[in-house]
Design a protein around this ligand. Structure first.
Ligand SMILES: [Zn+2]
Length: 357
């Protein structure tokens, strides 16, 4: 290229860059991470997600009462940490108090956009037998839930998706005791050959929990509420309907009537986070099964479990709360493209970084 043409093309390039940056100036927004907060609700569940598009989704809302301790802890993270004043979605995995009991206290404090649940007994076409634990029409929490969610509820079934902005996906893998159908290309899961036997049928609402997989690029997060053993096995046997995941919310607060070892091995998570309480969940067997996972890089707990031996607890530096008051959350920050993620205990803890699979 002749010198004057080179100069000209440099000039043209500079002009293009400056034009583009001017154009991008007021509109450009740095890509935001995906944030997932495991809020300490003392052996209940409250997992708050904020997507790269700034959309907020709360998976379960903790316990009721106690001067609205749990709604206050959730609203603190939403407003003070995430700087949001609205909850776009709330998903209640099942009808147990430690999962939907916080809705009343939340609805008093913030706007809630949409409610997602596994149905109410009075819904058209619902079978009342599928609601072993309510909520009944005269149940105080049931009344509060119905009032808060009126006209804004959607019932989720296996195979449904929750519509989210951007590239974030949320797929329902099981709900009300039914798992999604296997795809045409599904192959037998070899881990099923050594799967432990089923337990007696669980007739509680736990077995009916909504199971959701959230995906951002390569990053996958699995939350099964309080799903129990037999349905957990159905998610991975005879074929693995979930695939592998990066982050596993240890199911049912770490109880050992959940966390079927074949499910955990099939999901093959890199990081597990357990929402146990000071004396709830965190069973010795679950901790053992977690330790046996071949590719697990780290397991975190919201609480030290005072009810099990020191050796059956997760390490102290992987545990967010060591006293009975609690309140410290675990925060997962996923890169906007989903390629990597960091886990940190509390607002000021040290980050540990992991690669998505
Ligand atoms: Zn629970």
């Amino acid at each position: 290229m002749k010198p004057y043409r080179q100069a000209l093309s440099r000039l043209t390039l500079a002009a293009i860059i400056s034009f583009l940056s001017l154009q991008a100036g007021p509109l450009a927004r740095a890509a935001e991470p995906l944030e997932i907060f495991f809020i300490d609700v003392m052996g209940g569940a409250a997992t708050l997600i904020c997507t790269p598009e700034g959309e907020t989704i709360l998976l379960d809302s903790g316990w009721p009462g106690l001067d609205d301790r749990d709604p206050k802890r959730i609203v603190y993270v939403l407003k003070e940490v995430l700087k949001k004043n609205k909850l776009d979605h709330i998903l209640s995995t099942h009808w147990h108090t430690d999962h939907y009991g916080g809705v009343e206290g939340l609805a008093k404090r913030i706007d809630i956009g949409r409610f997602w649940d596994r149905g109410l007994p009075e819904d058209p076409g619902a079978d009342p037998a599928n609601f072993p634990d309510g909520p009944k029409m005269d149940d105080k929490l049931g009344i509060a839930y119905r009032a808060a969610s009126k006209g804004r509820r959607t019932v989720l079934k296996a195979g449904d998706s929750i519509p989210l902005k951007g590239i974030m996906k949320a797929t329902v893998l099981a709900a009300s005791g039914k798992v999604i159908a296997a795809g045409a290309s599904a192959r037998p899961n070899p881990l099923c050959e050594t799967a432990p036997a089923d337990k007696n049928k669980d007739d509680s609402d736990n077995a009916l929990s909504i199971v959701t997989k959230f995906q951002l690029g390569k990053f996958d997060f699995f939350d099964a509420g309080d799903l129990t053993w037999n349905i957990e096995r159905q998610l991975v046997c005879p074929t693995n309907l979930v695939g592998e995941v990066d982050l596993y919310q240890v199911t049912h607060h770490g109880m050992d009537i959940s966390n079927h070892p074949t499910l955990m091995k099939s999901l093959n998570p890199s990081v597990a986070i357990m929402n146990n309480g000071p004396r709830k969940g965190g069973s010795a067997a679950t901790v053992k099964w977690l330790r046996e996972l071949p590719n697990l890089k780290a397991a975190y707990a919201l609480h030290k479990n005072a009810g099990t031996a020191e050796a059956d607890n997760l390490p102290a530096d992987m545990t967010a709360n060591h006293d009975a008051q609690g309140g410290q959350f675990i925060r997962v920050t996923v890169a906007p493209d989903g390629a990597t993620y960091k886990v940190r205990i509390g607002a000021y803890g040290k980050d540990a970084e992991y690669l998505s699979k």
